[in-house]
Write a protein that binds this ligand. Structure first.
Ligand code: ATP
Ligand code: MG
Length: 226
């Protein structure tokens, strides 16, 4: 379970260009939930996701994963959480273009605390679960947008995290490929993963169990879909 309480995030705090991107935000995500976060450009969606992914800090409030305060973790443990509890799919994929798909997916395994001897096999399994095992040895710069998105998802799930965060995972894709990527997230969710997807697309949002709308750093609606 993920819990944030009264989180306030400022960019450039105490400077003339200080900007409050999240204002006393509180949210709980139950295990196994599949949630969409929607809102206009600049609303604070990516900021929220980066805080949940432990790749950005905040000025006020608290964040708990499975009841444990994230602020209390040392930097080193944060990296560990980031690597093993949470998988993040970045908006621009953040893949290494001149590595193969397999090399990209193996990277988080190299940083894992429990080193696995069968890293290659684990990475191939992650690629298989997104339908990309055939492309394991292809260079990322030769893959299509939808294929890169699948590799980015494989990399996010390779350490078997319980939580998967994705920033506009279908934003750059045609509608058919977007639908295929949503099937990948739905099947991960059916396997028990907690999923949070930022999207501009209401059609994508409506495929999730819950839709949260953010505007100017505050939640303006939070609805369950049937
Ligand atoms: N590094 C930064 N420094 C200063 N301001 C920032 C920074 N990152 C984001 N902001 C500001 O914080 C606000 C929220 O940004 P954020 O990236 O979270 O929006 P978003 O909802 O993800 O938008 P989009 O849909 O365009 O991706 C915006 O007004 C943005 O300009
Ligand atoms: Mg964004």
């Amino acid at each position: 379970m993920i819990e944030i309480n009264n989180i306030t995030k400022k960019y450039n705090p105490n400077k003339s260009n200080e900007f409050t991107a999240l204002k006393e935000l509180s949210l709980t995500f139950a295990d196994g939930e599949m949630t969409a976060v929607i809102g206009k450009s600049g609303a604070g969606k990516s900021t929220l996701l980066h805080i949940l992914a432990c790749i950005d800090g905040y000025q006020q409030g608290e964040y708990k994963i499975d009841g444990i305060l994230v602020k209390k973790f040392s930097e080193c443990d944060l990296a560990h959480i980031r690597n093993e509890k949470i998988g993040m799919v970045m908006q621009d994929f953040a893949l290494i273009e001149d590595f193969t798909a397999l090399e990209n997916v193996m990277l988080p395994l190299d940083f894992a605390q429990k080193k696995k001897s069968n890293r290659r096999e684990v990475a191939i399994n992650a690629l298989r679960s997104v339908g990309m095992e055939k492309y394991a040895n292809n260079y990322v710069n030769k893959l299509s947008g939808g294929q890169k998105q699948r590799v980015a998802i494989a990399r996010a799930i390779v350490n078997n995290p319980g939580i998967i965060l994705a920033d506009e995972p279908t934003g750059a894709l045609d509608s058919k490929t977007a639908a295929e990527i949503m099937e990948v997230f739905k099947s991960l969710n059916a396997d028990g993963k907690t999923i949070i997807i930022v999207t501009h697309d209401i059609g994508i949002a409506n495929q999730c169990n819950r839709v949260i709308e953010i505007s100017d750093g505050v939640i303006i609606s939070d609805n369950k879909n049937n």
